[in-house]
Design a protein around this ligand. Structure first.
Ligand SMILES: Cc1cc2nc3c(=O)[nH]c(=O)nc-3n(C[C@H](O)[C@H](O)[C@H](O)COP(=O)(O)O)c2cc1C
Length: 210
């Protein structure tokens, strides 16, 4: 029986351990199709999903991440920073590195787009447009939500990751994706774990009336 919307939303969890089987390409395309239905400013549809299938590219990225982590640990050593920070760096290293074990790995980014405010800047009606990044982030999140919930409905697990971009800020360059601005990675595959329950804030903590 098909899961209801509520079941999909409530049962979805970030999955960080996968079985080796590759999800069918047709399923991936269905997930992309759901992502493409997301609202975006002026229907600009700026979000791009790039599957990293090339083994040399995955390896180069993984190596750059290991180097980035090592650089942080070296600076940590030189500056004599707290043990807690070192542990955090290592934990986030693991929260980044598992994506290379996922059968399908996507870089998610946005293609530059001159929006409403941007056109006002071009016409010199306003000085600058500080919000275009926010619009791009909102659009990325909305596309991702369609993508991960469709995955959930197909029985696949996903995890959105931004930690890798902390270790490798120039990941886009390494992947030859200079025409898009990377926002995150997303790993996809059949789950090989049942994550422990997580807390959610109460409705009253995140919703009120003024
Ligand atoms: C913008 C964003 C960035 C995230 N980055 C990472 C990451 O780098 N590594 C990771 O393991 N999980 C990452 N996550 C997953 C969160 O840790 C996860 O969503 C959160 O702990 C709640 O757990 P759940 O998704 O299982 O409900 C990220 C999630 C979001 C929305």
């Amino acid at each position: 029986m098909m899961a209801s919307f509520d079941q999909l939303v409530r049962r979805r969890r970030s999955i960080r351990k996968y079985r080796p089987e590759m999800p069918p390409e047709a399923w991936i395309e269905e997930m992309i199709a759901c992502a493409s239905m997301a609202p975006s400013p002026s229907n600009s549809q700026p979000v791009r999903f790039v599957q990293i299938v090339s083994a040399p590219m995955r390896d180069a990225l993984q190596q750059a991440m290991a180097d980035g982590l090592q650089r942080l640990l070296t600076v940590w050593e030189e500056r004599g920073l707290s043990k807690r920070l070192k542990t955090r760096i290592k934990v986030y290293g693991r929260f980044a590195d598992f994506m290379f074990e996922a059968p399908a790995l996507f870089a998610v980014g946005v293609a530059p787009h001159v929006g409403f405010a941007g056109s006002l800047v071009e016409a010199e009606l306003i000085e600058k447009d500080d919000r275009s990044g926010v619009d791009m982030d909102i659009s990325t999140g909305l596309s991702l939500k369609g993508f991960i919930l469709k995955a959930q409905s197909l029985g696949l697990g996903t995890c959105i990751l931004t930690a890798p971009l902390v270790f490798v800020p120039d990941a886009g360059k390494i992947l030859g994706l200079e025409e898009i601005q990377l926002r995150c990675f997303v790993s996809v595959g059949f789950a090989d774990e049942i994550p422990p329950a997580v807390d959610r804030k109460k409705i009253s903590e995140i919703y009120w009336k003024i």
